[in-house]
Design a protein around this ligand. Structure first.
Ligand code: CMP
Length: 139
């Protein structure tokens, strides 16, 4: 799945009314949406999704935030999807994100940073199947 990545528009960006602008920037960046849903993570589901960060000091805050409101989850397709999407969204901390990136435009802080993007092809596949059945993906 080298041509796919997984994203979430996080609760801060949804609350702040940025779903449309973010999807527009994703499309303008050359990504095709092949699966998408508006949903809300329970604390349990958020904890499971971010289990890899369970030992980090910010884990509790991360789980609480990610289950604090609805999100948009999507699988995106493009050549070199994982790396190109990370370029499009910018650095984890919006203070360090390049001008014009999604996080520079829409994120509030390192925790409330508007969007998620997978960090590897392997995690893109794992995260995509966490949220979507194969029958919900339309390439
Ligand atoms: P994301 O790429 O979705 O995956 C892990 C998340 O942890 C990351 O985005 C950040 O939002 C969050 N995170 C990383 N560092 C911190 C931190 N120091 N404090 C709060 N949240 C953090």
């Amino acid at each position: 799945a080298t041509n796919r990545t997984f994203t979430m528009i996080k609760p801060d960006a949804v609350r702040n009314g940025h779903i449309g602008a973010i999807l527009e920037q994703i499309n303008a960046g050359g990504f095709k949406i092949v699966a998408m849903k508006y949903t809300k993570l329970s604390a349990e589901k958020a904890g499971e999704f971010y289990a890899v960060h369970a030992e980090r000091p910010f884990y509790g805050e991360l789980v609480e935030f990610m289950s604090s409101g609805p999100i948009v989850a999507a699988i995106l397709e493009k050549d070199n999807a994982v790396a190109d999407f990370r370029t499009l969204i910018g650095a984890t901390n919006p203070a360090d994100a390049a001008e014009g990136t999604i996080r520079k435009r829409f994120a509030t802080s390192i925790g409330e940073n508007a969007v998620h993007g997978s960090d590897s092809d392997e995690n893109a596949a794992i995260e995509g199947s966490f949220h979507f059945a194969g029958t919900d993906v339309f390439a």
